[in-house]
Write a protein that binds this ligand. Structure first.
Ligand SMILES: Nc1ncnc2c1ncn2[C@@H]1O[C@H](COP(=O)(O)OP(=O)(O)OP(=O)(O)O)[C@@H](O)[C@H]1O
Length: 595
């Protein structure tokens, strides 16, 4: 909570003003029953109607001042709560954007969503409540007791006797109810996850007639959220009636003892009338203070969840380059290649991409390797094809190259620098990437291509031309709004739009991860030709299931269970790699479609 409170610091001046107004308004409000007792005991008995009206006017003025002060202070409190929550949300969002893929998986996407929404909402509620009730109720309690003590000490003792009973009950209810709210929040996380998955996968759910299964899964988690909330609500809800009973017992006792004291001439009816109001004010303030306590417990659980994300250490640290980078890299480069270059007298060119004995596992190092001892190089302007069965590690190579994860062993170099030494701002602009299920945003076609970068409409259309997307983009218009996730586009159109986005900023390295699978052969071939002709020194990494998408590549990697079982040109692999030969024969019957 301390960390969350630090977000209030910029608003301390506004809060101080709001607090002062609130304190003044509450004190004025507290004086109204006292003014009533004066009216009953001192003003009315004078039978001076002018005096009665004048005193009545004072009471109305008190009420108006209290009302006005409360409105102003509450508006200031809301503003502080709103601005603070806005800053927390913004900070949280930026942090989430920079979390490593591993950290995102650890916390879970649904949990990240509910931490940014319902948890920040709880904080918002608490900050608002703290400034409104948190100031008002202690003054009401202490001030009320002070006024009543000065009016009639024995009657005040009745209330004082009830206070510990109420405090104990509040503690009892809260200690049972509050932990339940943490459980409610956990159930909400699961609820959000299911809703997200179901909405995203609505088509496949329908296609596989899984609507009933999903509905019953939804009903179950929905019921769990409701039941948990109900249990917590029931416990906390029982607090109000119990408190009301105590309050009414207090009123009856005050009336009973007060009436006796009036009869005995020890006090006056005006004091008893004021006391009735003060009993309600004082006991209610205990009730409201208990609500603040409950809200605090909810908010502190939320604050913990938010701080957990905000304080996550930087996973993919940027390391400082050590020594002469080029010489380190040269050593790391496939030695045979370097030696061959030296032998033939050819100039040795430093490859643009180097994987040097890279091993990686998603399981934080203790699971089986998803990639094992992978080494390859790609020169500037070359195309690398990656092929292999599903789950063989093709996407993992891309994930490591773009530093979504760091390898467990080995090194990856881009332009002669270990990727660990790049900041994300330096590394990412080198790449243009299109992944198979990449997101298309609910925005215009142009904005989906531009993606916040400096890309003119002309450049966007030129990229669309190369990505074979120009026909449908011209037909729809660059400024057409697309549906959420591009639901109003065909699979092939989506892929072409994603490739357009990847090409638009003329990256150094183009990554196409299974992103031409929905294109027909002829379009796929035209796309490859356009890239070759218009992006001369563009280095391409193409992950594909189809041989036709990669057979022209300068180098091809064949993967099986994370191991590189083949590396070379199409021709070399046809001779040396049995698996590649089999794939080729099954897809092309051994021959190649030169489309
Ligand atoms: N985020 C992840 N967490 C844990 N395991 C993962 C994760 N992503 C992939 N894997 C596992 O790593 C292995 C390699 O996955 P990868 O996505 O690289 O395969 P692929 O060859 O690209 O498959 P496909 O052709 O089906 O896309 C698979 O066994 C997969 O289950």
């Amino acid at each position: 909570m301390k960390q969350i409170f630090s977000y209030l610091i910029p608003y301390r001046a506004r809060m101080a003003v709001g607090f002062s107004i609130k304190v003044a308004a509450t004190i004025v409000e507290l004086l109204i029953p006292w003014a009533l007792s004066i009216m009953v005991d001192k003003v009315i008995p004078t039978e001076n109607i002018g005096f009665v009206f004048a005193w009545g006017g004072v009471m109305i003025l008190f009420a108006l001042l209290a009302l006005l002060g409360n409105i102003v202070a509450n508006r200031m409190a809301s503003l502080v709560a709103r601005n603070t929550t806005e800053r927390i949300r913004l900070q949280l969002f930026s942090k989430i954007s920079f979390l490593s893929a591993r950290q995102q998986e650890q916390i879970g996407q649904a949990s990240l969503i509910s931490r940014s929404t319902s948890d920040t909402y709880n904080i918002h509620q608490f900050i608002g409540m703290m400034q409104r009730l948190g100031v008002r109720q202690p003054i009401m309690l202490i001030g009320g007791l002070a006024v009543t003590l000065s009016m009639d000490a024995p009657l005040t003792c009745i209330m004082l006797a009830l206070l510990p009973v109420m405090a104990f009950l509040v503690y009892l209810f809260s200690s049972k109810g509050v932990p339940m709210y943490t459980k409610v929040q956990e159930a909400v996380d699961r609820f959000v996850r299911l809703v997200r998955e179901d909405i995203a996968g609505i088509r496949v759910i329908k296609a596989l007639s899984k609507t009933d299964t999903e509905r019953s899964k939804f009903a179950k988690i929905n019921e769990e959220v409701v039941t948990r909330d109900q249990h917590a609500g029931m416990i906390m809800g029982a607090m109000n009636p119990v408190m009301s009973i105590i309050l009414n017992i207090g009123l009856v006792l005050v009336l009973f003892v007060g009436a006796k004291r009036v009869n005995e001439g020890l006090t006056t009816p005006g004091v008893i009338m004021a006391f009735m109001s003060y009993v309600t004010i004082i006991l209610n303030s205990i009730l409201f203070l208990s609500r603040i306590f409950v809200m605090y417990s909810k908010a502190s659980a939320s604050a913990r969840r938010i701080s957990e994300v905000l304080n996550l250490p930087e996973d993919l640290m940027v390391e400082h380059p050590v020594g002469n980078v080029d010489s380190v890299v040269e050593k790391a480069v496939n030695e045979a290649e370097a030696a061959a270059a030296k032998e033939t007298g050819a100039e040795f060119v430093l490859p643009q991409i180097i994987f040097d004995h890279v091993s990686f596992s998603y399981e934080d190092g203790d699971g089986e390797d998803c990639l094992h001892d992978v080494s390859f190089t790609v020169n500037k302007g070359e195309t690398l094809g990656i092929i292999g069965a599903t789950g063989s590690g093709k996407t993992t190579i891309v994930n490591l190259l773009m530093r979504y994860y760091d390898p467990d062993e080995g090194h990856i170099y881009v332009n002669g620098r270990d990727v660990r030494t790049y900041t994300s701002k330096e590394l990412m602009p080198l790449f243009g990437a299109a992944f198979q299920n990449d997101v298309i945003f609910h925005d215009t076609i142009y904005e989906n291509i531009r993606f916040g970068r400096d890309v003119s409409k002309k450049e966007a259309m030129a990229a669309a031309q190369d990505a074979q997307a120009v026909e449908f983009i011209e037909e729809k218009g660059l400024d057409t709004m697309l549906a959420i996730r591009g639901m109003d586009l065909s699979g092939g159109q989506k892929q072409r739009l994603l490739i357009t986005r990847a090409l638009a900023k003329h990256p150094q390295i183009l990554v196409l991860d299974d992103s031409s699978s929905a294109l027909d052969y002829a379009t796929d071939a035209r796309l490859r030709r356009a890239i070759q002709e218009n992006y001369g020194d563009l280095t391409s990494i193409i992950v594909a299931q189809r041989i036709s998408s990669i057979y022209r590549a300068d180098k091809i990697i064949v993967l099986e269970d994370g191991e590189m079982i083949g590396y070379g040109t199409h021709k070399e692999l046809m001779e040396s790699c049995e698996v590649y030969r089999e794939i080729s024969q099954s897809q092309m019957g051994g021959g190649i479609d030169e489309a």
